[in-house]
Design a binder for this molecule. Structure first.
Ligand code: NAD
Ligand code: DAU
Length: 351
């Protein structure tokens, strides 16, 4: 029996990772460790919350004492660390929260794992840190991010993630903590908080609100369906080499404007609107400060080493995503109204 901590399991990507592990590994105990910030929503996991191999612990990774206590009260075999402040725009208005959670919080977890595991000389243990392609900076029209690309983060968010990546590698080099890092491109899919481009625009198209395109809409992102990211995390956690870094990407570059036009086209059809109606909602707004121009990931190392590649093409993935948001009106309404924050209280306090 293995006991794993997945941090940030109530968030967007974390909830898909928790679901995959709980369903695929009935012999593992999966502890979802999450502070339930505005981005954490236990309703994302309502389908697995009663599984015997699943447990939720509400804890803040910036609280070293609380994290150490969890490690001393449980025999933890592995950590998959996703908890983070994740939205670039919020990092521009409130950088300190990103420093606290993404850097200090990561160090607290590293310390807790190092101290708990040194007695067994780290035998059979694994600390897997989930990071982003944004640490590599911004690309021009050509080229890709490789695992060897020098770090050049340009927003408080990416600088805090770069810092945490460096610390994770420093703990391997200095203390021998068995760590792995992966850096992934933009994820999309069900359960993403509607501050991020795709769910925000799906909801705005549905409710006929303006679609705020930053700058000219010519920035480029490489999009990956979230379940494909979760599959990569499963593979890397189990079969990745300690000390290695793996890039994960979608091989799927889109300018923001082309993506938005595609989304409008799909939604016009699904909502039985006249073709071209939703694109009239597009509104060009002031650009994001320091807006990275282009991200593009080369994931050939992961493909060659572990055989991973994306399973869905973008049109299929977008349709599936649009269908999910249109069929889960309650999820979106609860998130927008703030009602979702009561889910924890309802599920865990009043029963
Ligand atoms: P998210 O914002 O949807 O979820 C973050 C989760 O972490 C939430 O459940 C939140 O409650 C929890 N959390 C935040 N601060 C915490 C704290 N101090 N203590 C404990 N829990 C805390 O994020 P996401 O988009 O799912 O991203 C997850 C991870 O993947 C992050 O590390 C992010 O940097 C990385 N990543 C995201 C993307 C993407 O496109 N979203 C791409 C590559 C990498
Ligand atoms: O590349 C991986 C990163 O992708 C992750 O590490 C981050 O956690 C995740 O938030 C995401 O960062 P982005 O900044 O690329 O994602 P976002 O959805 O915020 O924006 C995508 C693009 O759309 C970006 O170029 C900014 C633009 N945009 C975004 C919003 C919210 C708009 O034009 N208008 C908007 O309202």
């Amino acid at each position: 029996m293995k006991t794993l901590i997945i941090t940030g399991g109530a968030g967007f990507i974390g909830s898909h990772v928790v679901r995959l592990f709980v369903n695929k590994y009935p012999d593992y105990q999966i502890i979802n460790l999450d502070a339930l910030t505005y981005a954490g929503n236990l309703a994302n996991l309502s389908d697995i919350e009663n599984c015997p191999n699943y447990r939720f612990i509400k804890a803040d990774i910036t609280n070293a004492e609380a994290i150490n206590k969890i490690f001393s009260e449980n025999t933890i075999d592995g950590v998959i660390h996703l908890a983070a402040e994740s939205h670039v725009d919020r990092s521009i208005t409130d950088p300190l929260s990103f420093i606290n959670t993404n850097i200090i919080g990561t160090v607290n977890l590293l310390n807790a794992a190092k101290d708990a595991w040194k007695g067994c000389n780290f035998e059979g243990k694994r600390f897997y840190h989930i990071s982003t392609d944004e640490v590599y900076g911004s690309l021009g029209d050509e080229g890709f991010f490789y695992e060897t690309t020098p770090y050049d983060p340009k927003s408080p968010y990416s600088a805090s993630k770069a810092s945490s990546d460096h610390l994770v590698r420093a703990y391997l080099n200095t203390y021998g903590l068995p760590t792995i890092v992966s850096n992934c491109s933009n994820n999309y899919g069900p359960n993403q908080f509607p501050e991020k481009l795709i769910p925000l625009f799906i909801n705005n198209i549905k409710t006929k609100k303006p679609l705020p395109v930053y700058g000219k809409g010519d920035n480029i992102r490489d999009w990956l369906f979230v379940v494909d990211h979760a599959r990569a995390i499963d593979l890397i956690f189990h079969q990745g080499e300690i000390g290695e870094t793996y890039n994960i990407g979608g091989d799927n570059e889109w300018t923001n404007l082309d993506l938005i036009l595609k989304l409008c086209e799909i939604m016009d059809k699904k909502l039985n609107r006249a073709s071209g109606e939703s694109k009239n909602l597009i509104t060009y707004v002031k650009d994001r400060a320091g807006h990275d121009k282009r991200y593009a990931i080369d994931f050939s190392k992961l493909n060659a080493a572990l055989g991973w590649k994306p399973s869905l093409n973008f049109e299929e993935g977008l349709e599936l995503t649009v269908d999910w948001y249109l069929n889960n009106v309650d999820w979106m309404e609860n998130v927008i109204s703030g009602e979702y924050e009561k889910y924890y209280t309802k599920q865990y306090v009043n029963r």
